[in-house]
Design a protein around this ligand. Structure first.
Ligand code: SF4
Length: 401
């Protein structure tokens, strides 16, 4: 494991944007601030900067663009994560969460436990349940997968119909469709009609099939991921978007991924779809307990905060007006790292989660839960106003300093 201090270089302490000479860098940053869409080459150019002054200028521009687009308030959501099973048919090379049925540590929550966890979340003010699980071939009712997933929704919603259910990645949608021989649209419509409020844009990892062959060879291709997310938007189900970064991918693959997310938003707007992407989250790679081959290849176990921060800033500049809400992952970066990311273009600090398994089992040091007070305290420590939001970024409660 590397023992690198993530705050050890001078990126955050370098001179300001205004001191950088008018160069290609200045022109690129100004274009983003003027609302232009950066090209892929411009995005790669920003990510490849190594000089402290240049990185400080990128940070400052990202912070300024965040201010222009969404203001200073930093939002958080009170939510609970429920991973209903870790039994999974797939074998992603980064995954320390999955088990085969019968393995030590394999679990599959029963309905009573899911109900109990939901009630506990509501009792502390949660407005959202976030639910994802392994692709469990036995998770069926009457031999079909879809009724099992519908029952998950009913189990959450029957006692708490107003609770927002944010659940089921594009990979889970494909799994249900494949198992039950349905179209993606049929699956998403059935989930939506049963009460699903939005879908997490997870399982995206990096939307590049060469990277996916190594990270997640059994998962859906990049094109299928995009097709499922666009289908959700078309039929009115909002999604989030993610990028798993900091492993084997190149800067160009990162930017190509961002360009695909930007294109999804442009399509949603051009086609007048009733829903689109609500936020972008960078999921920095944590490999401490990941299977050894990938761990060895990546050569480090924990995220390098400086790399995550630069990518955060470039993500803000590249996605521009198309995706306005940017969230760091406190699970991956720790609460201090996530708080620092609020100075690099983020405007949301995420959710309380109450229990997180997937990344903590991979060896993340950020913890598995935060209280709303912890999240507010982190935001206030950098003198920014806080607001509790719902899943779709509607303000629920503001706190003024
Ligand atoms: S990442 Fe998800 S799909 Fe891949 S092995 Fe782990 S649980 Fe299964």
């Amino acid at each position: 494991m590397l023992t690198e201090d993530p705050f050890s270089n001078s990126r955050a302490m370098s001179p300001s944007f205004s001191s950088v000479k008018p160069t290609e860098l200045h022109t690129t940053l100004q274009a983003a601030l003027d609302g232009e869409d950066l090209s892929i080459d411009q995005g790669v150019f920003l990510l490849e900067q190594e000089d402290g002054e240049a990185i400080a200028a990128i940070q400052q521009a990202a912070d300024q663009l965040r201010q222009q687009l969404v203001g200073d308030t930093v939002t958080y959501v009170i939510n609970r994560n429920i991973n209903f099973t870790n039994i999974c048919e797939q074998h992603c090379s980064f995954c320390a969460f999955r088990r085969d049925s019968g393995d030590d540590g394999a679990y599959w929550l029963n309905w009573a436990t899911i109900r109990e966890k939901t009630a506990e979340a509501v009792s502390v003010g949660a407005t959202e349940i976030c639910m994802q699980g392994g692709l469990h071939l036995d998770a069926k009712i009457d031999g079909k997968s879809l009724p099992y997933y519908l029952k998950l929704i009913h189990t959450i919603k029957e006692d708490f119909p107003d609770l927002h259910l944010h659940a089921f990645s594009p990979q889970e949608v494909e799994f249900i469709a494949r198992e039950d021989q349905l179209t993606f649209e049929q699956v998403i419509l059935a989930l939506r009609d049963a009460g699903l409020g939005s879908m997490p844009g997870t399982a995206a990892e990096v939307l590049d099939d060469d990277v996916r062959k190594i990270l997640c060879p059994e998962k859906i291709s990049a094109d299928i991921w995009l097709e499922i997310v666009e289908t959700a938007h078309r039929i009115g189900l909002p999604t989030t978007s993610t990028l798993m970064a900091g492993h084997i991918e190149t800067p160009r693959q990162q930017i190509n991924h961002l360009a695909k997310l930007r294109q999804l938003q442009q399509t949603a707007q051009a086609q007048n779809y009733p829903a689109c992407i609500t936020e972008f989250i960078i999921l920095s790679f944590v490999g401490e307990h990941a299977p050894k081959p990938l761990r060895r290849r990546v050569g480090r176990d924990q995220p390098v905060l400086n790399d995550a921060l630069l990518l955060t800033a470039v993500g803000r500049l590249f996605l521009g007006k198309w995706i306005k809400n940017h969230q760091p992952s406190w699970v991956k970066l720790g609460l201090d790292g996530a708080t620092e990311a609020l100075r690099w273009g983020c405007n949301d600090i995420g959710g309380t989660l109450m229990e997180e398994h997937i990344t903590s089992m991979a060896g993340a040091k950020g913890g598995t839960c935060q209280t709303a007070e912890d999240l507010k305290g982190a935001i206030e420590s950098i003198n920014r106003p806080t607001a509790q939001r719902d899943t779709l970024y509607r303000t629920l409660k503001k706190s003024f300093q």
